[in-house]
Design a protein around this ligand. Structure first.
Ligand SMILES: [Zn+2]
Length: 296
């Protein structure tokens, strides 16, 4: 399948490119490494933006973190011949999630996904070429995409250790017993029930599904996908980190709008939470103020 045909198919997925409300011409231009267009008088907001850009330009990695949704010249794309496997494996994981249920799918290992696919005709077993594609995606060093975080899951067949987890009632998510669960309880005690767990433990299958979704949204731009989401095998959700949000805030909990909520300001002012991906992180990942660091 050539890229044009793929784009037509993937067109139904929303493209994630978003420009900030001010100075979008400058932001886009700089993110794409081309000269911004001249617009005459510049207000203070634009001046501030340019100062920020000049500062971050000294460190290209932080420029990419800031403009994570933009395309950069050295971004790595999936080759055209692998596009069909991206689409078909993403749909297969989606069918597995529907069959298993959200909570179980969060914990599912890769072998669990294979077994489910074999057992249910409505899912269909993974063909050899799809498996080769997924194995290659898992084993490729994420640094190739510009993602500098460390590998947290050693093997494709790794499983969430049973017996060490606890289901968090009302959230559809699980946490590890011990440090993660204690921290979560502490947050709930201090902030109240408005602070909700939006994502807990993620096994290999869940991380695959999320990353494949992101890669479809970015039209095969694996670098752009990895600036928003850790590639399979690199998520700290496998080792204990979790995401917090404000009740009723929906998907905005996964945007910078979350920083305007009461839950965020309480999380921040309490000071015992460290955010793994801060606004100036050097890991090549967007700022994630909702992500609570627990694992090492
Ligand atoms: Zn997270």
């Amino acid at each position: 399948m050539d890229r044009r045909k793929f784009l037509k198919i993937a067109g139904s997925a929303a493209f994630v490119g978003v420009c900030a409300p001010f100075g979008s011409c400058f932001q886009t231009a700089w993110a794409l490494n081309v000269r911004p267009c001249q617009t005459g008088a510049r207000d203070n907001g634009v001046k501030d933006a340019l100062v920020e850009i000049e500062k971050s330009e000294r460190d290209p990695r932080s420029l990419k973190v800031r403009f994570f949704n933009h395309k950069f010249k050295d971004d790595l794309f999936l080759p055209d011949h692998e596009m069909p496997f991206l689409l078909s494996s993403r749909m297969r994981f989606k069918r597995i999630q529907r069959q298993m249920g959200h909570g179980n799918f969060c914990l599912a290992g890769f072998d669990d996904a294979l077994a489910y696919a074999r057992s249910y005709a409505c899912i269909g077993r993974f063909p050899r070429q799809e498996l080769d594609f997924l194995e290659k995606l898992f084993s490729r060093p994420a640094v190739d995409y510009g993602f500098m975080g460390k590998k947290t899951v050693p093997r494709l067949t790794w499983q969430v250790p049973p017996g060490k987890i606890i289901k968090i009632r009302g959230s559809g998510n699980y946490l590890y017993k011990g440090r993660s669960h204690r921290l979560y309880q502490d947050i709930r005690e201090k902030i109240g029930t408005d602070a909700v767990l939006t994502s807990g433990i993620r096994g290999v299958s869940k991380q695959f599904f999320l990353f494949l979704n992101k890669a479809v949204q970015t039209r095969g731009n694996l670098s752009m996908a990895s600036r928003s989401l850790a590639p399979p095998g690199y998520s700290f959700h496998a080792t204990g980190d979790f995401d917090m949000g404000e009740k009723g805030f929906g998907l905005d909990n996964f945007t910078e709008k979350f920083t305007r909520t009461r839950v965020y300001s309480r999380l921040s002012s309490l000071g015992y939470i460290r955010f793994r991906y801060g606004p100036r992180n050097h890991l090549g990942v967007r700022y994630e103020p909702w992500h609570v660091e627990v694992g090492s």
